[in-house]
Design a protein around this ligand. Structure first.
Ligand SMILES: [Zn+2]
Length: 300
């Protein structure tokens, strides 16, 4: 609206000036607050640059949780029987319970499965011995690598308990035996060459229905009364016209017993001592031949 008169215009201008004057403090106040706010933002921004972990909330840090590779250790299963372990298997010391050592030295009857394994090999129908008179021994022994190894052996039932005690005693003294498998594992087709194969493999064994090498006389092995220990280092030697006859590969190498080397049996050897304490005789004491691996019991 335009002013009608100078007076009215003057009056109007005067009112407006009053209104403007009343708004000024409010404007100053707003400007001041805006200034303060700006200042506050600058300060906060400066602080957040100095220490990024503070200030405005940022996206939560991604925590990488590294899983510990160590899991709850499971206890080692304790072997309480050798039933499910084959001869030649190496067992860990951690799995053994030596407070019940005799549980690893057992004798059992020849069952059908075992008879099938030896039938026509170490055992055949004969008038001298029946399978009912034989016992299958499962034992532990230390091998040449100082490992605990499962062994098996067939002997006459009359010496089974003595043998178990001897082998347990040998084990307790960490006596080393290379291997102890049934001689059937080396079967060649005849008992004589099978015996040689087992000896050449340094395998300790017991029962085998056979004659004494190069004779028609029944061996004590045929009745389960004889056991050969570490045959490679303890060879069987016979003499013909004063000359030694070797029956195995290592014969010459170990014929000289004047110097006793590792695994050679002599009168100071624990194996010799334990077997003879039970009434066994040693082939190393024979006069006409020497069988350093051989222990036998004469049962009347
Ligand atoms: Zn023998």
């Amino acid at each position: 609206m335009a002013c009608d008169t100078n007076i009215n215009c003057f009056k109007g201008n005067s009112d407006m000036k009053k209104k403007n004057r009343s708004l000024l403090p409010m404007i100053y106040c707003v400007i001041f607050l805006a200034f303060l706010l700006g200042l506050l933002l600058i300060v906060i921004k400066a602080k957040s640059k100095k220490n990024p972990s503070q200030g405005f909330p940022t996206a939560p840090p991604v925590l990488t949780v590294t899983q510990s590779p160590t899991q709850t250790p499971t206890p080692n299963p304790v072997i309480s029987s050798l039933t499910n372990y084959m001869a030649g298997e190496i067992l860990s010391l951690e799995n053994m319970d030596f407070s019940k050592l005799s549980q690893y030295f057992t004798a059992s009857e020849i069952d059908d499965a075992l008879l099938e394994r030896i039938q026509g090999k170490s055992y055949r129908e004969n008038p001298d011995i029946s399978v009912n008179e034989l016992r299958y021994l499962k034992i532990l022994h230390y091998n040449f690598n100082e490992e605990i190894q499962v062994g098996e052996l067939i002997v006459n039932e009359k010496i089974a308990t003595d043998c178990l005690e001897i082998f347990q005693n040998l084990f307790e003294h960490k006596y080393e035996i290379k291997s102890m498998y049934l001689i059937d594992n080396y079967w060649t087709g005849d008992s004589s060459s099978t015996d040689e194969a087992s000896m050449n493999a340094d395998n300790s064994s017991g029962f085998c229905y056979r004659t004494i090498a190069n004779t028609t006389k029944l061996s004590n092995h045929a009745l389960g009364y004889a056991i050969d220990i570490n045959p490679y280092e303890n060879p069987y030697i016979t003499y013909k016209n004063g000359q030694p006859v070797h029956h195995q590969d290592s014969g010459e190498l170990y014929a000289d017993r004047s110097v006793i080397r590792e695994h050679m049996i002599d009168h100071n050897d624990l194996c010799y001592q334990l077997f003879t304490q039970k009434g066994f005789t040693w082939g190393g004491d024979w006069k006409n031949s020497k069988d350093y691996q051989h222990f036998e019991m004469t049962v009347r």
